[in-house]
Unconditional design. Structure first.
Length: 250
């Protein structure tokens, strides 16, 4: 969907993933200023590759940015906002997310069966910095895997353009569920890809060890807003929604 995904063609990029993680600060956007900086980064990234029409506000945002089952993260490298991703978690109690809205015929039945779906969207990287840091997309998309572990997801999604499907199939073991469709506000259609998180978890971690996370990291990332979604989601390691006390993803 973005300039970040274009750089995924460099499969060798993850070799420095652990090194870059030492410089990464994942920050949940909570203030108006933090959110605006990310919305402007989205705009620059999308406009750079012709994915949107120019607009006078110079931002890209939608209703999901403010929903209680979404977390908007800025990825800061050496203190500089360099990328962003939004993690939405759809569940039977909160059956909405960007991909659920667009692919409701595909994902609606999964929610009716009680599935928990992690839906990463708005995946962007600074067009200038990603040229110097080919591993930046990997440490950004990593938040999707962290979320899958934290929320004990059944399904992890990716929404990608047709030319990127082969890469996601080969590297992240995801399968296409349907033909591409247009997301609101975007000029280029994206396809829906998915994987059974529990089935592919260890294989992905074996190939990309830096995708692993600790219980402490997961709590720091997702429990800051957990009081808003506690009745809706259950995380790994406890029947209570806010207790992720194990290290299954380490």
């Amino acid at each position: 969907m973005s300039s970040a995904q274009r750089e995924h063609k460099n499969v060798a990029a993850p070799t420095r993933g652990h090194e870059l993680l030492d410089k990464v600060d994942y920050r949940l956007a909570e203030t108006d200023a933090e959110k605006e900086a990310i919305y402007r980064l989205r705009y620059r990234a999308y406009l750079n590759e012709g994915a949107i029409e120019p607009n006078a506000d110079g931002i890209v945002t939608d209703r999901h940015d403010e929903l209680p089952n979404s977390w908007v993260f800025g990825v800061h490298i050496d203190g500089v906002l360099s990328g962003s991703i939004r993690i939405s978690v759809a569940s039977p109690a909160h059956p909405t997310s960007p991909s659920v809205d667009v692919f409701s015929d595909v994902l609606g039945p999964e929610l009716e069966r009680g599935k928990v779906i992690v839906d990463p969207t708005r995946f962007v990287a600074d067009p200038d910095r990603v040229k110097r840091m080919p591993e930046l997309p990997y440490v950004t998309v990593r938040l999707g895997y962290v979320a899958c572990c934290h929320f004990d997801a059944d399904i992890g999604l990716a929404t990608v353009r047709a030319e990127h499907r082969a890469f996601y199939r080969r590297v992240f073991l995801q399968s296409s569920l349907c033909e591409p469709r247009l997301f609101p506000g975007l000029l280029k259609p994206v396809g829906l890809m998915a994987a059974d998180y529990r089935d592919i978890q260890e294989r992905v971690y074996a190939r990309f060890p830096f995708m692993r996370s600790s219980a402490f990291e997961r709590r720091m990332l997702f429990e800051r807003a957990q009081d808003r979604v506690a009745p809706l989601l259950t995380v790994v390691g406890d029947s209570a929604p806010i207790a992720a006390t194990d290290d299954l993803c380490v």
